[in-house]
Design a protein around this ligand. Structure first.
Ligand code: NAI
Length: 402
């Protein structure tokens, strides 16, 4: 079939397998390049990694970096859909099919579990795969961005992107029309806040680590990293002080609790505070896409713009895998250092008030935003022939069809 993008607001309901493969290949090329600059450190590099949320965005970049910079065996956990009838598979499905094929051809172990990472069944299946194939893992990346969590008793918690400090009215980008609108973000109820913490907080991360330890599937001195975001004051009401920010605070506390709990085991849990980037998760947050358009423009002008793979490679090489990891006073790895640089933020604050629909293209990198958006689903990639009639059904070697 000929596959075209079908964009509805902040999501694209189709994905292109050849484009997704090209994306993965580009990220692999970048990760391979990083091998050259590896300095000799006495810390052991990861050899057997579990990546929870491995198919898109930061999780996919982590898997690629671990495999192609450090030659690690990787087991990925994701929640993606294969193609069926006239429907294409999700981008994460195609990314994973491409990654596994490349990795296997390059002699790297790569297996994937497709299912709900929150569930006991998927934890058990993953641990069984680890024990059978790898014995134990020495690196666990937690990169889930999920809208809901189903508990074992059937209770469903849904996360919301709301404030906790009263209605927040701000400029925002209407992604359907590329216009500036006034967004009004309401305050969450206590129940909504608690549900968001259940979904995006640290409880599930802790359950994964506990299950790995209980089943002797994690090495002593293993490292685990969960991804977070803080952002500038401009987005505090909707992010840092919003429901998602409270969930992230819970995630941050979980890192401390995990490190304390497993001191004897030597497991160290880190938070990596990453940069705001266009991913399927961030496109859904009110106000943030407009901020990202402006951030891209300024960081590209300053030469400090990075995508997921650049961020994650820098996290491993410059912050985490050092004799002494570079952390801030809270113990966080700060990959948002370039984003929060005052040169960047002062400029954003200066321009923010001036942006209108009419000058949007001049003042921001709207084009760069959409480029990244389409690229995420495998579209608008120069080397891909989109007129070609292709098969949307692509199998992932290690994932059986449902
Ligand atoms: P994403 O939407 O690109 O990736 C989410 C991943 O989670 C995918 O692999 C998906 O298959 C998987 N997933 C979702 N629900 C699942 C479930 N129930 N079971 C198994 N897998 C499931 O998201 P992105 O943006 O890469 O976010 C990852 C983490 O990074 C999140 O914690 C996010 O808050 C954080 N982060 C994101 C930033 C951004 O600007 N995108 C900035 C800083 C941190």
């Amino acid at each position: 079939m000929i596959i075209e993008p079908k964009v509805r607001g902040f999501i694209c309901t189709t994905a292109h397998p050849v484009g997704c493969k090209a994306n993965v290949a580009n990220q692999i090329a970048y990760a391979k390049e990083q091998r050259k600059s590896l300095t000799s450190q006495s810390v052991p590099t990861p050899k057997k990694a579990l990546i929870i949320g491995s198919s898109t965005g930061y999780g996919l970049a982590s898997r690629i970096a671990l495999a192609y910079t450090y030659s690690a065996s990787t087991i990925g956990v994701m929640y993606e859909k294969e193609a069926s009838g006239a429907r294409t598979a999700t981008a994460g499905w195609y990314n994973t099919a491409a990654f596994e094929t490349f990795a296997t051809n390059d002699g790297l172990y790569a297996q994937t579990i497709n299912g709900d990472a929150f569930s006991k069944e998927i934890k058990e299946e993953t641990i069984a795969r680890i024990k059978h194939d790898l014995g134990k893992v020495d690196m666990v990346i937690y990169s889930l961005a999920a809208p809901r969590r189903t508990m074992s008793d059937g209770t469903v918690y849904s996360s919301v992107l709301k404030t906790t400090t009263g209605t927040f009215v701000s400029k925002s980008l209407d992604l359907r029309h590329n216009t500036i609108v006034e967004a009004s973000v309401p305050t969450a109820t206590e129940e909504e806040l608690a549900a968001t913490i259940k979904v995006m907080g640290g409880e599930d991360w802790a359950e994964w680590i506990e299950a790995l330890v209980a089943n002797d599937a994690i090495e002593k001195n293993a490292i685990t990293v969960a991804y977070s975001y803080i952002g500038p004051e401009l987005t505090y009401p909707v992010y840092k002080e919003g429901t998602i920010g409270h969930a992230k605070e819970h995630l941050h506390k979980t890192a401390d609790l995990l490190t304390q709990k497993y001191t004897d085991y030597g497991i160290h849990a880190y938070i990596s505070v990453n940069k705001a980037l266009v991913t399927q998760a961030s496109a859904a947050i009110p106000v943030v896409p407009l901020y990202i358009c402006l951030l891209y423009k300024i960081q590209k002008e300053l030469g400090t713009h990075e995508g997921c793979i650049e961020q994650i490679c820098r996290m491993f090489t410059d912050k985490l895998l050092l004799d002494t990891p570079k952390v801030d006073t809270n113990g966080y790895l700060r990959l948002d250092d370039y984003e929060l640089d005052s040169k960047v933020q002062d400029k954003i604050n200066e321009i923010w008030g001036e942006i209108t629909t009419e000058n949007l293209e001049n003042f921001t990198d709207l084009q760069g935003y959409w480029e990244d958006f389409y690229t995420m689903f495998g579209f608008r990639i120069p080397e891909v022939n989109y007129d070609e009639d292709i098969d949307a059904c692509v199998t992932i070697p290690s994932v059986s069809s449902i």
